[in-house]
Ligand binder design. Structure first.
Ligand code: PLP
Length: 418
């Protein structure tokens, strides 16, 4: 019997290039052929301290030798430490740990619905935004406003009316007796880094208070230093009732969190849980991440790196009429009308640079928070080269390198039969 292609043992959930990564250090990855890549995706804004950061590696090593799991039915020291740190440095009073962003958002939805059952006469609807992204479980897909998902896995979970982002009047009109909350990302990440304006967020806070409904901020992509403050809500000063974190929280390991103000924390034993939730191994990693972000000067470094990246991207954008640079800190996107950005990302990959194209004309940049100025310069050089290739290069090569890509698929390149 001929041996099966080794890639076929995995379900095909993304158009992956046939590259196998075996090592990472800081902003650099190496594949099984020893080729090096500059990583400006970092697991989709997950490895906030880069690959193999010493504090996280040491915390995991140390914790693995002590206690990996003792069941969420008991307390463990790292989860208590991380919860205490999160509460001390945020506007929230209590934490529930989860294993993915989607699971944290599921928890937020459940908490809001329980609060609605208790305090708003059974109200359960959560107003969310068009093009928003909250995860891939059934409820979080239903809460998301991704047009490509409209008819997928029907029937959806009911109770998620959508409004356009940055339109306060639309939210005001949508709030009714059945509304329990408004939920959104401070910056829509998957939609192509589209910020909720500070004034809009402040208006939402005022409106939700006036109407007696909750405000939920999904900071899974924007939290943990990504925008230059520990949490993105600190830019507008808007303190929500519930916030979710994920991605950067674990520095690469599966860890997410649901945080809420005390008045909203109405879960009772049995309402919420999960076998792996808050396990000591992952929360030890999370505590090491958060302690690293809290080192004086670290977040100022993110602001500086973000400003440097912005300058380099502005210079690139100058040659492209109608281009737009969006985002904050180290979550930036460059929209280049008329440019086939998945093809640009494919060219970049061929030159050893990992870049994400969340939309057909958009590139998203989410490097490690400790990326150096030299690494940003190197990325900009490669990108400039790839953009030149895009305008002048033979279309056939791009087509051969590029395959249609879902918004969250991996690098959009197919080499061989993946
Ligand atoms: N919410 C936001 C804003 C996200 O960006 C993501 C992931 O990209 C999620 C939720 C889902 O997180 P996860 O993939 O860990 O389930």
């Amino acid at each position: 019997m001929p041996k099966k292609n080794p890639y076929q043992a995995l379900m095909q959930i993304a158009a992956r290039p046939e590259i196998v990564f075996v090592e990472g250090q800081g902003s650099w990855l190496s594949d099984s052929d020893g080729r090096r890549y500059l990583d400006f995706i970092q697991g989709w804004a997950v490895n906030c301290l880069g690959h193999a950061p010493a504090p996280v590696v040491e915390a995991i090593r140390d914790q693995a030798g002590r206690l990996i799991n003792c069941s969420p039915a008991y307390y463990n020291a790292p989860s208590l430490r991380l919860a205490e740190l999160l509460v001390r440095h945020s506007a929230f009073d209590q934490v529930f740990f989860a294993n993915s962003g989607a699971e944290a958002n599921e928890g937020a939805i459940k908490l809001a619905r329980k609060w609605g059952a208790r305090h708003r006469d059974g109200a359960f609807e959560i107003i969310t935004t068009e093009h928003g992204f909250h995860g891939r479980t059934l409820a979080t897909m239903s809460a998301s406003g991704k047009p490509q998902w409209r008819d997928l896995f029907e029937p959806k979970v009911p109770g998620f009316p959508k409004v356009p982002l940055n339109d306060l009047a639309a939210v005001e009109a949508a709030i009714g007796d059945r509304t329990v909350a408004v939920m959104l990302e401070p910056i829509q990440g998957e939609a192509g880094v589209v910020p909720a304006e500070d004034d809009y967020l402040r208006g939402l806070r005022r409106l939700t208070r006036e109407r007696g409904v909750l405000l939920i901020l999904d900071e899974i992509q924007t939290g943990m230093g990504r925008t230059g403050t520990l949490f993105a809500y600190q830019h507008s000063g808007v303190e929500a009732d519930i916030m979710t974190l994920g991605k950067g929280l674990g520095g690469g390991v599966p860890l997410a969190a649901l945080l809420a103000r005390e008045e909203v924390c109405c879960f009772e034993p049995g309402d919420q849980g999960g076998t792996f939730n808050g396990n000591p191994l992952m929360t030890a990693a999370g505590a090491a991440v958060l302690e690293s972000l809290l080192v004086p000067g670290f977040l100022a470094g993110v602001v500086d790196a973000g400003a440097h990246l912005r300058r380099r991207l502005e210079a690139l954008a100058a040659g492209h009429p109608g281009s737009e640079l969006r985002g904050r800190g180290l979550l930036l996107a460059l929209e280049l009308p008329g440019v086939d950005t998945p093809a640009v990302a494919a060219r970049a990959l061929a030159q050893g640079l990992l870049l994400n194209a969340p939309r057909p004309n958009t590139l998203r940049f989410m490097p490690a928070l400790n990326v150096s100025a030299e690494e940003i310069d190197r990325m900009a050089e490669i990108l400039a080269d790839c953009l030149q290739g895009q305008s002048g290069g033979p279309k056939g090569i791009q087509l051969a390198l590029t395959r249609a890509v879902g918004e969250s698929a991996a690098i959009p390149v197919s080499r061989g039969g993946v």
